[in-house]
Design a protein around this ligand. Structure first.
Ligand SMILES: Cc1cc2nc3c(=O)[nH]c(=O)nc-3n(C[C@H](O)[C@H](O)[C@H](O)COP(=O)(O)O)c2cc1C
Length: 274
């Protein structure tokens, strides 16, 4: 089967798909020809769907991607720069959560939206593992504390040791500074040998975090958790990620108990203009 089909009644032979293809696998030998795949097109196509998405006439259909799986852009729904800028500045890490569970279909919707983030060569190898049982999260947080206690004597950085001691003391006093009593935990993981695995996962989780905020949810990255997930065998076993996968990020998630009235100041960007 050909890589793509051209509806010759709709195609205007304007070459828009040819120019937009990132892998340059579409050719129009003559300007009167219809676009067609080059000889090795299947090998080099990254299946990004740009050719179908960019055509203003709906004339090109990829054989892997039916047109009805590529909905028309609803331009009237796109937020303006002020709204996007405010969203990006207003998102905060949330560390106090209501006990109220997040509906499963909302979690599904978050992931369904976050999967539109860019991935290196459009590999789309971001895997998600979602935990919905708060008791399980508490058990995981306890394991991170065990890991931290065991590792403390080997940490050379004194400031880090003092910070970790405070986290352990908080835990001993009934305060969870690892997963913050959140009702949900979302992990992103990917085959460790995949080029750009970490970037793909971090971007996906960032998309999810921003969209979660727009949906009235709160999130916070679980840095301590992520480290332990990759280094502490009992936790890695409990998470049971597929063989060869690494966890590249974690967010805790739930309905926030707190809201913020101001945008805290951040450092000036570290930019070199050349
Ligand atoms: C990779 C990464 C790991 C993080 N790990 C933790 C963590 O383990 N616990 C925590 O409370 N916050 C964690 N955070 C949240 C940061 O502390 C937070 O982003 C920062 O203080 C700025 O606050 P804001 O997110 O509200 O702007 C992490 C953030 C990132 C990006």
């Amino acid at each position: 089967m050909s890589l793509f089909m051209i509806d010759q009644k709709k195609c205007k032979r304007d070459g828009i798909c040819v120019k937009d293809c990132p892998a340059q696998v579409i050719a129009m030998v003559d300007k009167n020809d219809f676009p067609s795949p080059i000889e090795d097109a299947e090998e080099f196509c990254i299946n990004c769907g740009h050719c179908a998405a960019v055509c203003p006439h709906g004339a090109l259909t990829l054989s892997s991607m039916p047109l009805d799986a590529c909905p028309s852009l609803q331009k009237d729904l796109l937020p303006g720069p002020e709204a996007v800028g405010q969203l990006l500045r207003a998102r905060r890490s949330i560390r106090q959560y209501k006990k109220e569970p997040v509906p499963h279909d909302l979690l599904e919707n978050l992931i369904d939206t976050a999967r539109y983030g860019p991935t290196g060569s459009n590999k789309q190898q971001v895997h998600w593992t979602v935990f919905e049982d708060p008791a399980q999260l508490e058990h995981f947080a306890a394991m991170v504390i065990d890991f931290t206690r065991q590792n403390l004597p080997g940490i050379a950085d004194e400031d880090m040791v003092r910070r970790m001691r405070r986290i352990i003391t908080a835990w001993d006093n009934g305060k969870d500074r690892i997963l913050r009593g959140a009702p949900n935990l979302i992990l992103v993981h990917s085959p460790a040998d995949l080029p750009f695995a970490e970037a793909d996962c971090v971007i996906a989780l960032t998309y999810l975090e921003l969209y979660a905020y727009a949906r009235g949810l709160g999130t916070c990255w679980g840095g301590y958790f992520t480290v332990a997930a990759n280094l502490y065998a009992p936790l890695a076993e409990a998470l049971s990620l597929p063989a060869g996968h690494q966890c590249y990020g974690t967010v805790m998630l739930g309905y926030p108990k707190t809201g913020y009235e101001r945008i805290p100041q951040r450092n000036a960007p570290l930019v070199t203009w050349r």
